[in-house]
Design a protein around this ligand. Structure first.
Ligand code: HBI
Ligand code: FE
Length: 286
């Protein structure tokens, strides 16, 4: 993550740049279309229904990389959120400040065909396809803003790592109950074909009922599929547990506690599925 640096040349003090939609090539639009088609065929029964509704409200099935001006007209009307373009990862404080003001920062670049299934930096497909549809959901939209405001406070208390784990296991890799089923809502999963299958169907990872302190202590992997996923009951419940929680005393307790390994299962966990961890073991051995 970019730290305390000044914005690069051509970016505003808040790190935003122009999307410059007219300059995307037809190859770049074609990469978006291939990714979009593959995900939107596979997701309908796997993803939280609010995501599909968001795609629809935002007219995201229109061919080509979305034009932020057009997208923002619909998004702003729905929940007062906007998408702004940035060159890449931005410093934490800048990131939180945007979220706290209902602005979601998105990379303007798109992966190349040889990075089709995996890349480390968030590109426009991850940021816009993965994150933006749920910003149409009023409660999720409030959660994202609350996260930004919490981030600004956590930065002052030196607790960004704990808060970053919350973001990781909810906004990026979260699962949610839907009737008797478990569905996807995390953008890191939704924007990945392989992980959209793995997170729900594979016996390897743990699936554990969401608990705020537990999640804030749990380490995560940035280079492969997660070893544990946390399942929320609803967006209302997530917002209630985070925005309305008094994080001050929670942070004080967390300071005295160890972190928890990616694959750990604790006796206190609301365990929905005990992972075999076969996938992670196979990757580690070769
Ligand atoms: N910058 N562009 C961009 N996108 C992110 O998701 C992002 C970021 N900077 C910091 C950050 N995320 C996270 O590390 C914070 O949640 C802590
Ligand atoms: Fe993301």
């Amino acid at each position: 993550m970019a730290e305390d640096s000044a914005p690069p040349a051509g970016a505003a003090p808040d790190w935003t740049i122009s999307q410059d939609w007219a300059s995307y090539s037809s190859e770049e639009h074609a990469v978006w279309d291939r990714l979009f088609t593959r995900q939107s065929r596979m997701l309908p029964n796997r993803v939280v229904p609010a995501f599909m509704e968001g795609l629809d409200v935002l007219r995201m099935s229109k061919s080509g990389i979305p034009d932020f001006d057009e997208l923002n007209e619909r998004l702003f009307r729905a929940t007062g959120w906007q998408v702004v373009a940035v060159p890449g990862l931005v410093p934490d404080a800048i990131f939180f400040e945007h979220l706290a003001n209902r602005r979601f920062v998105a990379g303007r670049f798109i992966r190349t065909p040889d990075q089709f299934d995996y890349l480390q930096e968030p590109d426009i497909f991850h940021d816009v396809f993965g994150h933006v549809p749920l910003l149409v959901h009023p409660v999720f939209a409030d959660y994202m803003q609350a996260y930004g405001m919490g981030g600004l406070r956590a930065a002052k208390l030196g607790m960004i790592e704990a808060l970053a784990r919350l973001y990781w296991y909810t906004v990026e890799f979260g699962l949610i109950r839907d009737g008797g089923d478990i569905k996807l809502y995390g953008a890191g999963i939704i924007s990945s074909y392989g992980e959209s299958l793995f997170a729900l169907d594979d016996p390897s990872p743990n699936r554990i009922g969401f608990d705020l302190e537990r999640v804030m202590r749990t380490r995560y992997r940035i280079d492969d599929y997660q070893q544990s996923y946390f399942v929320i009951d609803s967006f209302d419940d997530l917002l209630r547990q985070t925005r309305d929680a008094d994080l001050g005393p929670i942070y004080e307790r967390l300071r005295g506690m160890d972190t928890i390994a990616e694959d750990a299962v604790l006796p206190t966990d609301g365990l929905l599925h005990a992972g075999t961890q076969a996938y992670a073991a196979a990757r580690a051995s070769g």
